[in-house]
Design a protein around this ligand. Structure first.
Ligand code: KIV
Ligand code: ZN
Length: 434
């Protein structure tokens, strides 16, 4: 029933395998306010969009797709508000999405009047499935849509004041024959004639992810190797997460030549979401590479995100989930507390605390309450550590052990987590016999 519906690149496209990690931050483009917003049960209001935009600016995004202004009144008004109230910082470029239709492109440029700089993002669907089932058009007709859209962008940009960067996406790229994807992108590039002072963006979306990450990466490498005017093209990638591999897709695609990433905070977006930029950036950070985004206060970012989108960041979400730095189990607690002891006075050394991928404090997490928590799975190390840290009680080894058993038993019996003050009370009241 499920047969392969993606297209394998030639085996020559595998150079990315030689690279070990990503050495510099890509250009990040947030699509929270467009792809993310279009997938919400209740899309953001104007005020919420404005607040979300400020959040993205604060995090450090320099490119932000703000919507599809020709498609809805709110999106149009939001864009006009940003421009008329001068809310776009000089170092931030907004991006707008448009289909390849004259009246839509006209309205898109109308919505951009007065902007200093903007990316105009043109897309049309190119996959075999979309051509056959949705559009019932030949390859040449699909190319015509892209090429005529590319020319319309030039026409309206010339008639509108402002500095415009063009972007083209062959939507459903991952279901498109590679030679056809290349041909359509090159035909668009030949219209736009990118130059060193007029670069354009080619964005290759895994609109639906269909393959394993190494296949997507090899597709990106193939395109990177064969695009016309390559030196003046910024190669962008836009993974979705249908197979749960959005982050892996993005990381391998970056090794394969992707220079720019479109994604969202915590992976909100159509269906299983867009690629999660928080995870990508902090993965990079964990390799000692500056992601050029500020996630020093992830709890606050998570709280604003949850309030505005009405979505919840899962407890196990990498880096930002409430439980991802927490150890309940005794052996993990023991290793972590020993790691913390080792680290005292060695803060400048490489982070080597067992079980903790990064120092949680670097992203605004607390040691207290976030790391060592006590239940029936816990051990003497963790329990002793909490008493020492929070109550300056340094128990002798034997006492730690027997008190540890006692606390575990209480937790087991009550079938609940014990808070530090409850552990302290047990200690002060004398060991409890249960
Ligand atoms: O996923 C997708 O293909 C898109 C395009 C509009 C780039 O969101
Ligand atoms: Zn998308």
């Amino acid at each position: 029933k499920y047969s392969r519906s993606y297209f394998m690149p030639p085996v020559t496209s595998r150079k990315w395998m030689e690279k070990e990690y990503i050495t510099e931050a890509p250009v990040w483009c947030s699509v929270d306010l467009r792809d993310g917003n279009q997938a919400l049960v209740v899309p953001l209001t104007l005020e919420e969009k404005l607040e979300y935009f400020q959040l993205l600016v604060k995090i450090g995004f320099k490119e932000i797709e703000v919507g599809f202004p020709a498609a809805s009144e709110t999106e149009y008004t939001f864009l006009r508000t940003l421009i008329e109230q001068n809310l776009i910082p000089d170092d931030v470029t907004i991006q707008v999405l448009t289909q390849s239709r004259d009246h839509i492109i006209e309205k898109t440029f109308e919505s951009l009047k007065g902007v200093n700089k903007a990316i105009v993002h043109l897309y049309n669907s190119t996959s075999l499935a979309q051509r056959d089932q949705v559009f019932k058009k030949s390859k040449e007709e699909i190319i015509d849509i892209a090429v005529s859209g590319a020319k319309l962008l030039q026409k309206y940009a010339a008639a509108t004041e402002g500095n415009f960067i063009f972007q083209y996406s062959p939507e459903s790229f991952t279901g498109t024959e590679l030679d056809f994807a290349l041909e359509i992108c090159n035909r668009v590039l030949d219209v736009w004639q990118p130059a060193a002072d007029n670069k354009v963006i080619i964005n290759l979306p895994a609109t639906v992810s269909l393959s394993m990450p190494h296949v997507y990466a090899s597709q990106i490498e193939f395109m990177s190797d064969h695009l016309n005017h390559r030196e003046n093209v910024i190669l962008s990638i836009h993974p979705h997460n249908d197979r749960g591999c959005g982050v892996a897709d993005a990381e391998l695609a970056m090794l394969a030549g992707g220079q720019r990433i479109e994604g969202t905070l915590f992976g909100n977006g159509e269906r299983t979401g867009n690629v999660d930029i928080v995870t990508l950036a902090l993965n990079m950070f964990s390799h000692g590479v500056d992601p050029q985004l500020d996630f020093e206060n992830t709890p606050e970012i998570r709280a604003v995100y949850e309030r505005l989108t009405n979505m919840r960041v899962h407890e196990r979400h990498p880096y930002a989930g409430k439980l991802v730095f927490t150890a309940f189990s005794g052996s993990h607690q023991d290793a972590i507390t020993k790691g913390f002891k080792w680290r005292e006075g060695k803060e400048s050394e490489h982070w080597k605390v067992p079980y903790l991928v990064i120092d949680p404090m670097d992203i605004g997490r607390e040691y207290e309450g976030d790391i060592i928590r006590i239940n029936s799975q816990s051990g003497k190390g963790g329990i002793g550590y909490l008493l020492e840290q929070q109550y300056s009680l340094d128990l002798p080894a034997q006492m730690r052990e027997s008190f540890g058993y006692n606390v575990k038993n209480v937790s087991d019996h009550l079938n609940k987590e014990l808070m530090p003050h409850e552990i302290y009370d047990i200690f002060i009241d004398g060991y409890v016999n249960i």
